[in-house]
Design a protein around this ligand. Structure first.
Ligand code: 5GP
Ligand code: SF4
Ligand code: MG
Length: 466
C-alpha cells in the first residue's frame, strides 16, 4: 500500500490526490482521502479503482476541504484479491474524547487476529476486516490524554510492519515500526509538510525531500510548530524490506540515500558477473525487469533490446470480459517484438519468479517468435517463503521455489538456463559492499531466506512452520 499526508497548505486533499497518484504502483485496488476543515470538520471519500478515475473530479474534491489531509492506496495482502469491500478501504477514522483522528497504514500487523479477538471480547465494534483497524480500537482504549500518546500506546501492542500516516484536526503524524520494514519519508511543501511512502510522490507536488522518518520514530507535525520527534519503542537494529529495492518501490525514488533505479541496475551487473551466458540479446520483462536488464547488458557487453513490448493501458484492475480473453493472460499485457527476437539467443531479465506463470508464458511467446535459445536471469533470489509484512505473496506451496530446486524450475519453465542473483549479490547491489551479514542481516529478506525478523504470531497459531 501507499500512504501520503500533507499539512499547512490550502486544499491539502488536492496535494494528497497527486501524491497518491504517484504512489499508485503500491496499490491499485482502491484509494481514500480524509481531510479536516475548521468549519466543516472531518470529511472522507473512499473509492475503488485508480486515483486518477476518482480523485480528479471537482465535485468530489470540493467535499474534501481544509489545510490538512491524509490518504491511502490499497493493495490487499489478506484475503482473496479483488474481494476488497469498501469498508476495508482506508483511511480509518475514530472519534475520541479529545477529537477525531484518521489513520492510513502500510504494512501488515502480524498479531492482528489475536488483538482483534481480545478487543472484541472487551467491547470493540469492528467496522472492517482489515488488520489496520486494530490501531483505532487500541487508541480508543488508551488512557493517554492526547492522540499522539494514544497512538504510541496502541502501536506498542502491535507487532509486524507498519508505516502509518495519521491526522488529528491540526496535527499530521508519521510513524515507522522499530525495524523500519516499510518506507516513509518527510518533505517540505511551501510552508507546510508532507509525509509519503516514497520520494517520487514528493516530486509530483513540488515538495523538497527533507529526510526519512527513522525506524521506530514518530513525527508529530503542526502547520506552525514544525516537526517534533519521538522514539516510543524499544530500539532495534533496522530491517528494511529488501524487496522494496527489487520490485515494490518506484525506480525514481530514493531509499536509504540510494536511487532505487541504481540498485536495480546494479543487480543486473551482479547477475552478469555471477551467471554469465553467451547470447545475442538482453531483453527486460517490462517494466519491472528493465533496470536490471540494462545493468546486465552493460556488464556483459551483450546488446540490449526491447524484445517484449508492454501495453501501457493494461492495468491490474482490467475487467476481463470472457473466459477466452482471460485465458490469453499475459498476452493482454505483453507482446513479443518478433523482428528483434527471431533467430537470436535471448537473455530475459525479470525481477522475480513467484508462481512462475509469467515466466512460462513469456518463454512460450519468445520461442514462438523464433528465438534460438532462452535464458532467464532473475534479479532476486528464489522466492521460497511468503511475506507477512505487507507484500502479497501466495501460500508457501504455490511458490515455485518452495517446492522445486533451481534445476527443476528450469525444466518446469522449459528454458535453456535459469539463474537467480545470490542474496550476497543482492545486498552488494543495495550498497552493502561486503554482502549480507549472516549474524545480523542488514535488511529483511525473509521471502528469500526464511529468516523472519518478527515471528508471524497469527500465522504460527494457524500452523505455519518456520
Ligand atoms: P509469477 O508469474 O512468477 O507468479 O510472478 C512474477 C511476476 O510478478 C514478476 O514479473 C513480477 O514483476 C511480478 N510481481 C512480483 N511481486 C509482485 C507483487 O507483490 N505483486 C504483483 N502484482 N506482482 C508482483
Ligand atoms: Fe520485504 Fe520479503 Fe521481508 Fe516481505 S518478507 S518485508 S517482501 S523482504
Ligand atoms: Mg513483472
Amino acid at each position: 500500500c501507499g500512504v501520503f499526508g500533507v499539512v499547512g497548505v490550502t486544499d491539502a486533499a488536492n496535494f494528497v490526490a497527486l501524491g497518491l497518484h504517484a504512489l499508485q504502483h503500491r496499490g491499485q485496488e482502491a484509494g481514500g482521502i480524509v481531510s479536516h476543515d475548521h468549519e466543516l470538520g472531518f470529511n472522507s471519500a473512499r473509492r475503488f479503482g485508480y486515483v486518477r478515475d476518482n480523485f480528479t473530479k471537482q465535485s468530489l474534491m470540493e467535499t474534501l476541504p481544509g489545510p490538512i489531509s491524509i490518504g491511502h492506496v490499497r493493495y490487499s495482502t489478506s484475503g482473496a484479491k479483488g474481494q476488497t469491500a469498501i469498508r476495508d478501504v482506508q483511511p480509518f477514522f475514530g472519534e475520541f474524547s479529545m477529537g477525531g483522528a484518521a489513520i492510513a497504514h502500510n504494512g501488515n500487523i502480524t498479531n492482528a487476529d489475536a488483538l482483534r479477538r481480545e478487543l472484541i471480547e472487551r467491547g470493540s465494534i469492528f467496522q472492517s476486516s482489515s488488520d489496520s483497524e486494530c490501531i483505532i480500537h487500541l487508541m480508543a482504549r488508551s488512557l493517554q490524554r492526547n492522540i499522539p500518546e494514544r497512538m504510541e500506546d496502541a502501536l506498542r501492542r502491535v507487532e509486524g510492519a507498519f508505516s502509518v500516516v495519521a491526522m488529528t484536526r491540526t496535527k499530521l503524524i508519521g510513524v515507522r515500526d522499530p525495524l523500519g520494514v516499510r518506507p516513509l519519508v518527510l518533505g517540505r511543501v511551501g510552508d507546510g509538510w508532507a509525509l509519503s511512502s516514497e520520494t517520487c510522490a514528493l516530486d509530483i507536488i513540488g515538495a523538497e525531500f527533507t529526510r526519512e522518518v527513522e525506524p521506530g520514530e514518530m513525527v508529530v507535525i503542526t502547520a506552525e510548530g514544525g516537526v517534533e520527534s519521538h522514539f516510543p519503542f524499544r530500539p532495534q537494529k533496522s530491517r528494511f524490506c529488501i524487496f522494496e529495492h527489487v520490485y515494490f518501490s518506484r525506480p525514481d525514488s530514493i531509499i536509504g540515500g540510494r536511487s532505487v533505479y541504481e540498485t536495480r541496475r546494479q543487480i543486473g551487473v551482479e547477475l552478469a558477473r555471477e551467471a554469465p551466458v553467451e547470447a545475442d540479446l538482453v531483453c527486460p520483462v517490462p517494466d519491472s525487469g528493465t533496470p536490471a536488464a540494462i545493468g546486465f547488458a552493460h556488464e556483459s557487453g551483450i546488446p540490449y533490446g526491447m524484445g517484449i513490448i508492454r501495453n501501457q493501458y493494461m492495468g491490474r484492475t482490467f475487467i476481463e470480459p470472457t473466459e477466452q480473453i482471460r485465458n490469453m493472460g499475459v498476452r493482454l499485457k505483453l507482446n513479443v517484438n518478433r523482428a528483434l527476437i527471431e533467430g537470436k539467443r535471448v537473455v530475459l531479465v525479470d525481477d522475480s519468479v513467484v508462481r512462475g506463470t509469467t515466466s512460462r508464458k513469456i518463454k512460450e511467446m519468445i520461442l514462438d517468435a523464433g528465438a534460438k535459445e532462452v535464458h532467464f536471469r532473475i534479479a532476486s533470489p528464489p522466492t521460497s517463503w511468503p511475506c507477512f509484512y505487507g507484500v502479497d505473496t501466495p501460500e508457501r506451496d504455490k511458490l515455485l521455489a518452495a517446492t522445486m530446486s533451481e534445476e527443476e524450475m528450469r525444466v518446469h519453465l522449459g528454458v535453456d538456463s535459469l539463474r537467480f542473483v545470490t542474496l550476497d549479490g543482492l545486498y552488494r547491489a543495495a550498497g552493502e559492499v561486503s554482502g549480507r551479514n549472516p549474524d545480523a542481516p542488514q535488511y529483511c529478506d525473509a521471502c528469500f531466506s526464511g529468516e523472519y525478523p518478527v515471528a508471524p504470531a497469527d500465522m504460527i497459531e494457524k500452523g505455519f512452520m518456520l
